[in-house]
Design a protein. Sequence first.
Length: 315
Amino acid sequence: MTKVSRPGLASNPPAIDALRLPLPALEALMVVAWSSGFVGMRFSTDYAPMFLVVLWRCAVISICLLPFVLREIIGAPPSVVARQAAIGLFALAGYIAGVGKGIELGVSAGLCALIANLLPVGTVVISSLVLRERNSGRTWAGMALGLAGAIMVSHDALTLGSAPRWAYALPVAGMMSLAVATVWQQRTASRTGSLSLLCTLWIHCVVSCLVFFCLQRSQGSVMPIATTGFAASVCWTAVISTLGGYGLYWVCLRRSSPARVSSVLFLSPSVTFVWAWALFGEPLSWPMLGGTIVSGLGIVVMTRRPRDGRAARQL
């Protein structure tokens, strides 16, 4: 059979094209790297303000990727660059600003992580209510199982914290911001030209760098802190969380639907606690294992093809 490429997607650079792993393997790597972001956020707050770390995380990636994307950026249509810049504001800046500021104001990290991992719910809700897309009963049943498992895993870590009431809306806004960007990207990719993955990541990081420069400047200095802890925080979140987790998120999204890719993130709370156990010695428990199994069943229900082998209209 001749392999048919998806319309509207530019060919990826050699480094991305060489990534020929099956989609489930890529999704597993995405969850591991994505979950590192919450641990990296906790680690970085011991050494610097959160927005300062994110600012230099985006700056480092923007500088390092520039030689690889400069020619493509120069030749890209302005409308396509502008669209990706807008998507980046929602996907990276909006998501991190909402979750990060919520934690900074006193919303517990466990509650923020749980809200952030409701991304599959936000994605399907936007597709259903705003875009009028129909989702099968299997999708809703799988989502219910995935959500139940995530709550089971996070139950012991859930506290309200000391934040003002309005601050609890921030992680919700951050999660919905990424959900909007996910659906927007998938809806427009087939109708307009698209950039390579590295170019897309570069644009997202550049516009997010500008946003976090303004946010951090309003609170204090934007200069990096000359400590090993700060450097380690920036490197961790830039390489593992952004290039790894965020980058693989868009790789998977180019190969599958928003509902499927975001549903895999129901496993993120479980993997986050494994990261915390390995790095900080936090205990694991049997309810975490049970919740992981329930979330896994939910993902299987959402992504399983019908018995007759035909693809479902919506996952």
